[in-house]
Structures are given as structure tokens and as C-alpha cells.
Ligand binder design. Structure first.
Ligand code: GLC
Length: 747
């Protein structure tokens, strides 16, 4: 009797404190942890998936809800909806200490409203739009009872064979860091605990995108210096933006699986960086250390993961099966186990779940924003900004570029290709399908019909499938083209050809699609090619023989509307590639910020005793940062406030940019730096700043950048971060091939 009275008293005491913040939360956690059994503590470190959906290999293990009732589950993933989360939380409230569950979900690029793939959003270089995209995703997810999203994925990758490039921000560390910051701010809003915000999760820590061969889950191995210089900064940016959690990656890095890597998790992240949040494993990655050959069995894996600093075990069941025994025998310290529990409880307190476990499971709020028009408008806005115009020449012997289609608005348009009427594919990988997708997700076909007012001008032929060798549809496609004044092809990958476990050794256009394009070009009609994909693809013949090419990625719910906004000139495309596009797989890895080497090539065709291939030009098909506009931009001379500065001084850089064309448009002005001679070889150029500006025809703007010693610094052999005196080159332009150059000295 006395015992239960004390429990009741303790619960009343600390739940009364929950409204408090800061170290009052710590006191409440202390009170609660004093009441918790070892089994209940281990339960907090256990995350399982619901049976509604799985994003990895499922292990069945009896009645999950009983575990919740016994206080042996800390978090669920793949449970969404105010009702479902409420009903599961009600079961958690039947447990002895009524510790609420955390509900987690992969809300990567939208929830009810699907936004462009993260790689597509990166092509917008519009940090405000990217933050808004995450903000809206958080509002919709939080309204559906979700507390925690496993996003942003901030893995840098230089290998388009890796299917998960679709989920990140591309190859560049600086752009990736800016976008990581924007996404964390978007997801977490003003404060964790607001019911329109979710906890974010920087993933996958670390170097998952450097998998050898671009093969998912494969080994990564590199110098710590490269790790610090290329792969860590976006994670540091996420942490500085206040990200609530990290997810360790599947891969082994320098011989130790990230899940059990004490240097990364405990020394660097929790020690040097002082990260206060949760480290969650990736799906089953604790147990997979046995496959890695790093743990002898599941018990050994549990021990190594906890000691390394992995707080929560997603789905491997290693922790729930073995941590009590390991702690009981002193093989893992209670201090480490308690630290993991504390980190998790702290987030539950910050979310206000002890005060009201159901505060995110609000059916009325969920319903109220379910079809919010402003969310669709935001999705359309960033979708059109994500589109990259790769080529826009005059067709045949004409003088005027083929796009925008203003001259064809009253003519017959043939829409040809397997993606013209694609609906669900537009959402891309890591998205959600809803019962009303068929009427809500805007296909290219529907966008065209709505834009033109009817289908009267349109002719349609699928032509072929995305994959396979069947060309029986070509004849009808030729017939439709013959009846039309212009042909627009919509081709590419299917949405599930990029994403997790979707690495491809061949990233050429799949199937007979290139042949279909050749058939259409052979008709003599002007041809526009739209390419949808979650990664850079190889399409050299099209690039060399088709006058207009538009990269449309997968743009989400508003895809068709955004594409038509661009095709018909309602929006002048401003996207810039966040990844280098190779001429062929054999060029990979190919990225713009490479080292010079001792035998750099002098031009595209120089391959005589220089670092080059004998069988193709040296440049990529399209460089990082590249993208055209319907207008043209001219760059004037770079002006510097000094041609030499001390390390404690700022370098002010200005350049005039003029719109010399006839359309208003946006330009991403990119600034690249080259440290010409240093104690370590340095990239031939590195993105250090960018500004997206809007210019009317004939307008000139002076674009100013301020550089500081931080911009000139790099990681030394001993991993210290500092600048070295010497000569630097600056390049400014509309892509990484920028030619406007200035030189200065750092004293
Ligand atoms: C997956 C992914 C990870 C995701 C997790 C939960 O395997 O690697 O990014 O957040 O499992 O779905």
C-alpha cells in the first residue's frame, strides 16, 4: 500500500513539474528514473515498427502491444494518424509509470502534401523555399500524431549509382550544409514541443553516401581528413541548428560499423560537439554488426552499440534481449545506459508528452490541415524552382529557342512517353500514397489539359514502357507526332528506381526510351524532352540531338502544374544541378571540387599523359551548379576591397550581374574559391557562397559577398581547421565552370 502511494506521489510531483523547462526537466527525469526498473529503462531504448508499414526487414515477435503495456517499448515507427497514435498511446498509459511513446516516421519530403525529392529541392538553391517545404511537412506530420521525423538526410554523395542520392542535397559540402540547416529549422520550427513541429534527425552518420561503387550499404573507407572536410560539415550544421537526433548509418567506416563507432558517436558527436540529443540506430543496424563481423552475436552487438553511444535500437531487438543481462553483469555501465535513457526521456518531456501524451494526436487539427491549399501552392512553387533547364536551342534551322512554348499554345501538341500520365510516380521514393492520389497528384497530362483548357490540342502515345525491349508502341507514337506541330516526351526512371537499396550499375535511360526519342526526332517535328529521375542519368544522344531538355526529377503532388508553368513560360526556370552529370558510368566518381593532380588535363580532349580517359572527353556532361534560363545573364568584372588581407580581415567581393535577355529571371550567382598552393593539395575550386537573385530584362545588380578566414580555412593533417597565407583565386558565375576570376593574397 505504502509503495503504491509513493508511486502516486512521485508521479503527481514530477508531472506537476512538466510544465517547467530546462533543469526542472532534469529534476523530473531524476525523479522518474529513480522509480524505473532496469527492464523499464531498457524498454526506453527499444524502437519497433508498426505492422502498418515497414521500411526494412521485419522480425515478428509476438504481441507488441503487451510490450508497450509492460513499459518495454520507448518508440514506434510507421504509426501515423491522430487516431492510431492515440490508441497506441492509450496502451502506453496502462504501463506502470505511464511513460509515453515517441512516434517516428520518415517524413522526408512532405507528408500529406508531397514536395519534390530532396535532391530536386536542392536544385532550387532556394533556402527559404526548402525551409518552408520542411515546415509544411512538419505541420502535416505533427497533426497526424508524429513526434519525430527521420530527416533531413544530409549525406554528401558523389556517386549517382547510389540510389539514395535522391534523398540528399547532392555532392557539395557547402550547399549541403546550408540545406541541412534550412531543413532542420523547417522541421523543428520555433521549438520542439510546438504541436506544429517535429523532432528532426540528421542522418546517416556517417559517410553512407561514400559507399564503394555506389552500392548501397557498402564499405566506406577514407582519411579522417576527407571525412572532416567533405562529409561531416552538413552534420555539424544540423547540430548547430539544434537538431534533436542523429541516426547512425549502416556502413562500416574505416573498419568499424558506424553503429558501434565510439570515436564518431561518443568521442566526436557527444564529446567534442557536446550533442545532447538522441542517437538512434538505423533499421536493424545494431544487430547487423554480426553480419559485419564486428560483433560475435546479438548480445555482443548490443554491448558494442551502447558503449559506442547508440542510444536507441531500431528494430534489431538486441537491446531489449540483452541489455538487462549486460548491465546486471556490469558488462555495460549503468552510467552509459542511464545516459541513453535520459536523452530519450528528455525529448519526451520537451515534447510535453508527460503533461499530455495525446497532445499531437488531435483528429480535428489533422482534419483541418489535410487539404490546406497554401500547402499545395508552396509545393508548386518549389517544384517549379527545382526544375533544371539543360538545353534550349532553336529547332532545325529556326532562330528562336524552342521554349517557352508560347508559340505553340494554340497548336497540336503530341505528349509521348511512359511518364506522361504517371501519377503516383511523381511522389518519388520516401513518400506517401493517399486514397485520393488519383485526383490529387497532378500528372503532366493533367497539367497540360488544365493549362490548355481541354485535351483538344493534345495527342497522346505511351510509346514504350520505362523498361523492357518492346517497341510495338512506336508506330502509334509516330502517328500521333505526325498529327502534331511539336512533340513533348516525358521519359526517365520510375520513382522506385532510385531510393534505398536502389543502386544501379547502369544509369543510362532504361528500356527503349532513347530509341523512342530518336523516332520522334526522325519525324522532323520540334522535340522537347522532359526527364524524370531521382538521380543524374546518362542520355548523351538526347543531349546532343534534341533542342530542348528539361530535368523534372520527381516533383510531388503539384508536378504537372509546375512543369507546365515552366513549359509555357509562366515561370522562368532557375534550377541549378546539385550533382555533376557524368557522360557515362565509367567517369564516376566525377565531381567539380576535385584536386588538380600532377598532370591535369588542359582541355576537354587532352588525354596524352594526363589524368584522363582515352575514350571520352574529360568534362562531365553537365557540371555541378549548371542550369539555363529563358533569359541570359552577363557577369561583369569582380571587384575586391583589397588585393591582400590579414586573416582577421574580411574580403568584400562584388560583381555586377545583368539580365541581357528578354525575360525576367532568377540566377544563382555562385562564388568558388581556389587555394592555389597550400600544405595539402586543395580542390581546383570549392563553392563558398551563393546568392539567388531576380533580374528584370536589362537590369543589373551588384552582388556582394563577404569572405572571412573561415572561408579560406581547411582541415590540416592534425584535423585542426585553419587558413594558410598565400595566393587565392576567386571564380564567380552561374555554374562551377564559372570563368570570371580574381586573385587575392591572404597575408
Ligand atoms: C531505413 C533507412 C533510414 C530510415 C529507417 C526507418 O532503412 O535507412 O533512412 O529512416 O530505415 O525507416
Amino acid at each position: 500500500m505504502r509503495h503504491s502511494f509513493l508511486f502516486l506521489l512521485a508521479i503527481i510531483v514530477f508531472s506537476g513539474n512538466i510544465l517547467a523547462q530546462g533543469n526542472d526537466i532534469d529534476k523530473s527525469i531524476d525523479s522518474l528514473m529513480r522509480l524505473m526498473t532496469l527492464e523499464e529503462k531498457v524498454g526506453q531504448l527499444h524502437q519497433i515498427t508498426s505492422d502498418f508499414a515497414a521500411t526494412g526487414p521485419i522480425t515478428k515477435d509476438g504481441e507488441k502491444q503487451d510490450r508497450v503495456r509492460q513499459g518495454r517499448v520507448g518508440s514506434y515507427l510507421n504509426v501515423t494518424g491522430a487516431d492510431r497514435t492515440r490508441s497506441l498511446q492509450e496502451i502506453a498509459m496502462q504501463s506502470r509509470l505511464k511513460i509515453p511513446l515517441l512516434f517516428a516516421q520518415d517524413v522526408i519530403h512532405g507528408f500529406r502534401t508531397i514536395f519534390p525529392l530532396p535532391l530536386a529541392e536542392a536544385a532550387s538553391w532556394d533556402l527559404g523555399a526548402i525551409e518552408l517545404s520542411a515546415r509544411i511537412a512538419a505541420k502535416e506530420a505533427a497533426a497526424a500524431g508524429i513526434h519525430w521525423t527521420f530527416a533531413p538526410m544530409v549525406d554528401i554523395s558523389r556517386d549517382p549509382r547510389w540510389g539514395r542520392v535522391m534523398e540528399g542535397a547532392g555532392e557539395d559540402t557547402y550547399l549541403g550544409s546550408q540545406i541541412a540547416r534550412a531543413r532542420v529549422k523547417g522541421f523543428q520550427g520555433k521549438a520542439i514541443g510546438d504541436t506544429d513541429a517535429v523532432m528532426a534527425c540528421a542522418k546517416h552518420f556517417i559517410a553512407y553516401g561514400a559507399a564503394e561503387g555506389g552500392r548501397d550499404y557498402n564499405t566506406t573507407d577514407m582519411s579522417w581528413r576527407r571525412l572532416y572536410e567533405v562529409y561531416l560539415p552538413p552534420f555539424k550544421a544540423a547540430m548547430e541548428a539544434g537538431v534533436a537526433s542523429f541516426m547512425n548509418s549502416f556502413n562500416d567506416i574505416n573498419g568499424i560499423p558506424a553503429t558501434g563507432n565510439s570515436y564518431l558517436l561518443r568521442k566526436l558527436l557527444k564529446g567534442d560537439w557536446g550533442f545532447p540529443g538522441i542517437v538512434v540506430s538505423d533499421w536493424g543496424s545494431v544487430g547487423e554488426m554480426v553480419n559485419h563481423g564486428y560483433a560475435a552475436d546479438l548480445k555482443d552487438a548490443a554491448k558494442k552499440a551502447l558503449i559506442a553511444g547508440c542510444d536507441m535500437d531500431m528494430e534489431s531487438r538486441a537491446y531489449t534481449a540483452h541489455l538487462e543481462d549486460l548491465a546486471g553483469k556490469g558488462e555495460v555501465s549503468m552510467q552509459m545506459l542511464d545516459d541513453a535513457v535520459r536523452r530519450i526521456l528528455k525529448k519526451k518531456f520537451e515534447l510535453g508528452l508527460f503533461q499530455d501524451p495525446y497532445r499531437f494526436s488531435n483528429a480535428a487539427r489533422e482534419k483541418s490541415i489535410w487539404n490546406e491549399q497554401s500547402h499545395l501552392e508552396a509545393a508548386r512553387d518549389i517544384a517549379k524552382k527545382s526544375i533544371v533547364l539543360l538545353k534550349n536551342d532553336a529547332p532545325g534551322k529556326g532562330k528562336n529557342p524552342l521554349l517557352p512554348l508560347s508559340n505553340y499554345a494554340n497548336k497540336k501538341i503530341a505528349l509521348i512517353g511512359p511518364l506522361v500520365k504517371a501519377i503516383g510516380d511523381n511522389n518519388g521514393f520516401w513518400s506517401y500514397s493517399w486514397p485520393d492520389d488519383s485526383i490529387r497528384v497532378v500528372s503532366l497530362w493533367r497539367g497540360m489539359v488544365e493549362y490548355l483548357g481541354s485535351a483538344n490540342q493534345l495527342r497522346y502515345a505511351k510509346g514504350c514502357e520505362i523498361t523492357g525491349t518492346d517497341t510495338s508502341g512506336f508506330a502509334y507514337a509516330r502517328k500521333m507526332a505526325a498529327q502534331s506541330d511539336i512533340v513533348i516526351l516525358s521519359i526517365g526512371e520510375s520513382a522506385v528506381m532510385s531510393g534505398e537499396a536502389k543502386s544501379r550499375s547502369n544509369i543510362h535511360l532504361p528500356g527503349m526510351q532513347e530509341q523512342l526519342v530518336k523516332e520522334m526526332v526522325a519525324t522532323g517535328k520540334p522535340v522537347v524532352v522532359l526527364i524524370s529521375a531521382g538521380r543524374p542519368l546518362v542520355f548523351n544522344w538526347i543531349a546532343d540531338n534534341v533542342p530542348a531538355i528539361v530535368y523534372t526529377w520527381w516533383l510531388g503532388t503539384e508536378a504537372g502544374h509546375a512543369i507546365c508553368d515552366v513549359l509555357f513560360g509562366k515561370y522562368n526556370p532557375s534550377g541549378k544541378l546539385p550533382m555533376t552529370f557524368p557522360r557515362t558510368e565509367g567517369q564516376i566518381p566525377i565531381y567539380y571540387n576535385h584536386f588538380s593532380t600532377g598532370r591535369p588535363f588542359k582541355n576537354d580532349n587532352d588525354n596524352n599523359y594526363v589524368t584522363a580517359y582515352k575514350d571520352l572527353p574529360n568534362s562531365p556532361k553537365y557540371p555541378f551548379g549548371y542550369g539555363l534560363s529563358f533569359t541570359q545573364f552577363a557577369y561583369g568584372k569582380i571587384r575586391l576591397n583589397a588585393d591582400s588581407i590579414n586573416p582577421d580581415q574580411q574580403l568584400r567581393v562584388t560583381i555586377p550581374v545583368t539580365n541581357t535577355g528578354s525575360y525576367s529571371g532568377e540566377e544563382v550567382v555562385q562564388l568558388y574559391l581556389q587555394d592555389i598552393t597550400a600544405s595539402l593539395v586543395r580542390p581546383v575550386r570549392e563553392l563558398k557562397a551563393f546568392r539567388k537573385i531576380k533580374l528584370s530584362p536589362g537590369e543589373t545588380k551588384e552582388v556582394e559577398f563577404i569572405l572571412t578566414a573561415n572561408d579560406f580555412s581547411f582541415y590540416q593533417e592534425d584535423l585542426s581547421f585553419k587558413a594558410e597565407s598565400g595566393k587565392f583565386n576567386l571564380f564567380i558565375g552561374g555554374s562551377s565552370a564559372a570563368t570570371e576570376k580574381a586573385t587575392f593574397f591572404l597575408r
